[in-house]
Design a protein around this ligand. Sequence first.
Ligand code: GA4
Length: 331
Amino acid sequence: MVVLTEPDIDHLPIIINSCKSPSFFNDIPVIDLSKPDSKNLIVKACEEFGFFKVVNHDVPMEFISKLESEAIKFFSSPLSEKLKTGPADPFGYGNKQIGQSGDIGWVEYILLSTNSEFNYQKFASVLGVNPESIRAAVNDYVSAVKKMSCEILEKLAEGLKIHPTNVFSKLLMDEKSDSVFRLNHYPPCPDIQEFNAKNLIGFGEHTDPQIISVLRSNNTSGLQILLKNGNWFSVPSDQNSFFINVGDSLQVMTNGRFKSVKHRVLTNSVKSRLSMIYFGGPPLSEKIAPLPSLMEGEESSLYKEFTWFEYKKSAFKSRLAENRLTLFEKF
Ligand code: GA4
């Protein structure tokens, strides 16, 4: 069980959400990666929801548990110690402040770049461990999840009948791939009833800017997705599976055929939620544009040309809930 940081009630009114609790989304597409028809089911899920769950993956449970226990140790340590590894600018330890534009959530997190030598020494000193131990836990987990993400992206290309099938996965495999890894801890907030609030925002609604996001959480619900019918649905937690969502870049590369899904996290009033998310992104110099092989007949691009660097620069200045692609739309 995660040991919790005491909730800071001062911030509560800012992040109360008065909406009524949505129902559980029980029809989430479940993709069994070991099945031959998974490629078509992945395409269908990306078209319908931009979201699906993956089972029968090859990510070793041992990597997940090791990283989870390192994360629990870290988030359980005194705030003064954790703050020494922050602020998140954007990388490092962050507490309630998300991004650089004033968004706030009932969350503390660690944000890391997967390809730069982040200063693990700082995390290790808080954890009282050898820096190699935390670096190894993150590396093992991220390598395994990246491998699975590439497998999914290759199946997706196959399902779309695109050649070569590594058209998406090669962007994550590139040594300059600009991918990010995040550990989020949402402490429970038992006092929200006092404020007449039904829900408290842990991480406000947003889409992910990258190509693909891969989320694993402990057995605490909180994740919600916005469906095309305009309603929010809660995603039942499942600690043995991964949840995948389409990011803005994949939406553009498929010329809007896949939609990056809006999602958010509400805090649980009793249990602590811990999630680990890998955001697979392209190299900074990569041009993000619809794949010519996906454009049918006279179909023209819905987006102006841009590089991942340009998109990222504007995305990181935006507010969480903004539609970051509007700036790059042609019509
Ligand atoms: C959302 C997806 C990833 O968590 C993230 C987030 C980033 C951050 O936490 O710094 C952003 C957010 C995310 C999109 C808009 C900007 C940037 C916070 C924010 C307000 C790491 C990312 O790549 O984009």
